[in-house]
Design a protein around this ligand. Structure first.
Ligand code: GRF
Length: 200
């Protein structure tokens, strides 16, 4: 199954997926393309080092979301991409894009959704003072961070935690959870009924 990973930044989740694929843990899943909207993303270096083709498309001033996404869709079609994995991709996808790949786009969020949606999930949870936060892997639909939940893992916030130590624990949990979710999808083991995800 041909996978495209979308990443805008560091790409540590991309790296976890690359490592999982190398270790034979993604079943027939193959990361065949890494897409970024940020030419400076370290994720691109990780892809290049792993020998994975990259496609970079920085948004042009004034360009609409729909036009941006149409170009990306074209690239995905040409490459025969069957599954899209968002890993720190900092753009909101257009409804048309989400509809085109309905049920085939996954995202990872660094909090227990539906709590602490948005770009600063770890910090928001830390500052709120929750005792438990975590990681969510979910399908992407037309609501930001709102699609059906696939897997979640709780991460306790201890009194001695700093934002930095919590970030570290969250990322560690992400790097374990994301490859598991990707593998289940690749193996056709995920069944979606309404908002609920079941495993076959
Ligand atoms: C992760 O915390 C992920 O949950 C969020 O963005 C961050 C990306 O980190 N969506 P990285 O680029 O994979 O290191």
């Amino acid at each position: 199954m041909k996978i495209a990973v979308f990443a805008s930044g560091n790409g540590s989740n991309l790296q976890a997926l690359i490592d999982a694929e190398k270790a034979g843990e993604l079943s027939s899943g193959e990361i065949t393309l890494v897409i970024s909207d940020n030419p400076g993303a370290y994720a691109l270096k990780r892809a290049e080092e792993a020998g994975i083709p990259t496609y970079v498309q920085a948004p042009k001033p004034g360009e609409t979301r729909v036009s941006f996404d149409e170009k990306v869709t074209e690239v995905l079609r040409k490459k025969g991409i069957e599954f899209i994995v968002l890993a720190g991709f900092m753009r909101i996808l257009s409804d048309a894009f989400v509809d085109e790949f309905a049920g085939k786009i996954m995202n990872i969020h660094p909090a227990l959704l539906p709590s602490f949606k948005g770009a600063c999930g770890i910090k928001d949870a830390f500052e709120y003072g929750v005792k438990i936060t975590g990681v969510t892997v979910h399908f992407v639909d037309n609501v930001l961070d709102g699609g059906p939940v696939i897997l979640q893992e709780a991460v306790p916030v201890l009194p001695e935690d700093t934002l930095e130590s919590l970030e570290e624990k969250i990322h560690e949990a992400e790097h374990k959870l994301y490859p598991l979710a990707v593998r289940r999808f690749v193996d056709g083991k995920i069944k979606l009924e309404g908002r609920k995800v079941f495993f076959k």
